[in-house]
Write a protein that binds this ligand. Sequence first.
Ligand SMILES: *Cc1c(COP(=O)(O)O)cnc(C)c1O
Length: 403
Amino acid sequence: MFDISQIEQLEKIKTPFYYYDMNLLYRSVDLMAELSARYDIMVHYAIKANVDRRILSYISSKGIGADCVSGNEVKHAVSCGFDPSKIVYAGVGKTDDEIFESMEIGIGTFNCESLQEIYVLNEMGRTYGKTINISVRINPNIDAHTHRYVTTGLYENKFGISNHEFDSLIDLLHKCRNIRCTGLHFHIGSQITRVKDVFKLECQRVNEIVEEFERRGLQVNDIDLGGGLGVDYENPDDNDIPPFEEWFRTISENIRRKPGQTVHIEPGRCLVAQCGTLLTKVLFVKRGETKNFLILDAGMNDLIRPALYGAYHKIENLSAKERPYFPENQAYDIVGPVCESSDVWGAGRFLPLSVRGDLMAIRSAGAYGQVMASRYNMKDWAQTVYSDELEKAVLKKDYFENL
Ligand SMILES: *Cc1c(COP(=O)(O)O)cnc(C)c1O
């Protein structure tokens, strides 16, 4: 991942910064594109996981589509080379402007999440003389066995349409003249690690639901299974590429597809998480009453996942790797600089003796990292650094303005 010659260069760059391992990205995306062709499953990358222009441009160049959750994401995807017809747009709260702009761009499908949204889309289509392609997001009531903040496929979640509304849904679809419903959409959660069990169960539920809608007279051309494949946050080096093939195989073996039906998936996290690392330096070492603290210059403003969901990220001291052998690891509570008690990277982590100025790597930060950053406490944005352009590290004054 990081070789020694790189560490010398990395130590000179102003921290904190996001470092992207472009070779790992290329290997992950190439494998995903190859499996997509081999298993005949269409892939739409969920761009909300990471919207970096270089990353998106590479993914789009491999013929992969995009899954967007806002109008700005749709526009950004197009500007990064995604074919509009391969863009799907989900989200429970699309505004009129977002719907209008995406309709004008001519995206592939709106994944609709409520009856009222379908009604509004039909009105919009009628006003502008268009027929809008939609897919209906169904809530399959499946427990994805993941964190409660990232599970989305249970009736108690806000996403999708549940079975008590199926009669009204069919009625509505029959009445809407400016809507073409081409299929069904599902997405049950994120960071799913029980790949075979959970995705097999999802496919079985989806088979039943597809059959039910076909019985009710709906022609289902597109079956979109959503994203959710998890990554190994504990051992990023052993499992730098997630079990893509197991995922494709599980789907292929369990989804029932008739001629003319296309199966879609929407991976986000698993394509980009392991290629990103947040690099940060130790500002201070503080001896507490019972604990030792390492205070880093990166905080929850740069990467909010630990503070938001108690997420685990592996932390390494890169500078210590270059020093002579230190006999024992020390237990540290590793914290950020932000004025919130939840700004903690990890409690009781064992690391080599660490000193002010050491370069630390917060691993697996490529997904839901930089995109969730803020300037809370008026901190600067972290810079972006690509492994093949270390000399070009640029401070982006406003991360979202200069994508
Ligand atoms: C977030 C999201 C995804 C991607 O989820 P990952 O867990 O990152 O793979 C896919 N589809 C929809 C509709 C989403 O909201």
